[in-house]
Every structure is written in structure tokens, then in C-alpha cells.
Design a protein around this ligand. Sequence first.
Ligand code: URA
Length: 334
Amino acid sequence: MGTVLAAGIVVYRNNAGKREYLLLKRKEGWLDLPKGHIEEKEDEYEAAKRETREETGLEVHPHRFFRYVAEYSYEDNGKTINKKVIFFIGKSGGSNAVSSSEHVGVEWLSVEELLVKLTHDNDNSKLNVIDVLKAADSYIEKLEMLHKINKEHAKLPQLHDGWNLSRTFVPGEGSLSATVMFIGQAPGKNEDIERRPFIGMAGKLLDQLIHLAGMKRKDVYISNIVHFFPPGNRLPTEEEAALEMPYLLKEIEIIKPKILVLLGSFSAMNVAGIGQVMKNHGTHKYMEKYGCEVFITLHPAAAVRIKANVPIMEKDFNKLKQLISSDSDRQKLL
Ligand code: URA
């Protein structure tokens, strides 16, 4: 028998400073999360939203970058059922959750409260609710820290007389569990409008290169040295970079990637003090300051402008793929 696919949302709320999760009480006595089958022609994201609406009455819009896969098996009428449930996280908008006919009630609990309860109540549960909630909880912790520093950093233009960059803050974007973080120079015009990094021509090429290295954009984190568009696409000044570096450091500290990929000389110089990118691209070194490997490559905009740079970047991203997949390959790459 194949695997039954389902999707759900770990719904949370902040209740007077306490983070609580929505649990559904099953008739059998154990606690469950909103989840259910993915129907034909429905993607996992839509299925998770629909199931949550049907089971709790809540309209929850899940965060795009958290995706936890829970796999388990159980016996039903002598048959083994293999189940794979994809969980997203989503904050409750504040309205009250209501129980569907499938359940006998709802409960909002913190992870600590759940831990106490589960030892008594949830012995029969097939899904390991606590594992899902622990993963969600540490992700939300990072998400909230990031929201806090983003809010502060967005105010930077108000704090400096003679601010010479756009006043629109373009935050970093991606999975907060990413092992690879990409760092560019500064947002361009498109990024300034959409408030998202690398969404123009250079971004399209970066997406392709990320695929080449065996990853998907949603699995990595992408940021810039400078988070405000420099008018006319000029190179940011040293002072502007210096002003932004503490914020980038905080981002790295929250995400804790294993590899920082520095895109182009501005990024390589400011993060690693490495110049001459055409000479040093495709190399990496461990940097204590960041607690991870730093990998140098060209800026994708340089490959959009000069096509001969595309195969150079492709070669670099193949090296990056090896670096990600095997620690023992590191010496060969140096
Ligand atoms: N170039 C960059 O360095 N960053 C972006 O976000 C877009 C283009």
C-alpha cells in the first residue's frame, strides 16, 4: 500500500506574552493538530488551509518557509497505513477556534504545558505532536527575533541626517532553518518596489544557480549587505556598508547557516575582507566570526551583463553543491 498524503497547520497565538498552540481533542482522548487529506488538484498549502478552516473555523495564512514532514504508520483493520503529513505554521488572527464534529473540543497550550499533558493523554497518538511542536516553536522563536530586528532596522533612514539611499527597507528572505545563506550587495529598483531581495534578472539567474547546486530557493536564505536601494544602482559607500553590517551579523546569528555564499566583490570584501573575486571565486574558508564556511562567487548581475561569466558561476555552484553534500570534499576544493 502506498503512502497517504495529508497537510496541516501548527496554529499559534501570543496570549499575554505566552506562545500557545492550538490542539484538537479527539474523541479517543488524545490531542491532535489541524490536518487532513490532500485532495486531488489541491496543493499541500491549499489543503492545509482548508483542513484548518474546516476543523477549527479559523482562516490561517501559513508562513511560506516552514515545512515540517511527519511520517508514521499505523494498523487499521489488519492493514498498515503509511502516512506523510506536511505541516506549516500560521499565526491565529485572534478569532476563537471552534471544534468540528470530528473533535470534542479545542485547547491552547504552550509546549511546556503540552509536555506535561502528553505523558497522560497522548499515548495513543500515532503522530508525534510534540516533535512537530518543538520544531515549530524553535522556528517561531527565530521568526519573532527576526521581525524584531527588521522593525528596528527599517527605522535606520529616520535616524540619519542626509540619508542617501531609498527609505524602503528590503529585508532578507527565506527559510530560517537554511544551511546556506546568500549575501548580495544591495537591492535594485525591482527589489525596492517589491520589498523582496533578488527578484529581478540577477535574481532569476540566482534561482537557476541555486537549482544547479541541488537546492530550491525556498530552502535557502537570501539577504544583502545593504538593505536599501542605492539610487541609480550606484555602489553603496563604505560608510553605508559599515552602518548595515551589525544588522547582517544579527541575521546570521539568528539563522545560523553552515555556509555563507558571498555574491560579488562588495559582499566578499565586507563580509570576509576578500578582494579580487575573479581570482578567489569558487574557494571557501571557515570563519570563526560567523561560525561557518564562507564561499566566494561572482555577483549574478555580472553574469547577466557578461554572458561569459555564466559558465564560471555554474562551475562555482557545482563546487558549492559538493561542499554542501560532503565535508570530506572540502580539502579538494581549497
Ligand atoms: N542585486 C543585489 O545585490 N541584491 C539584490 O537583492 C538584487 C540585486
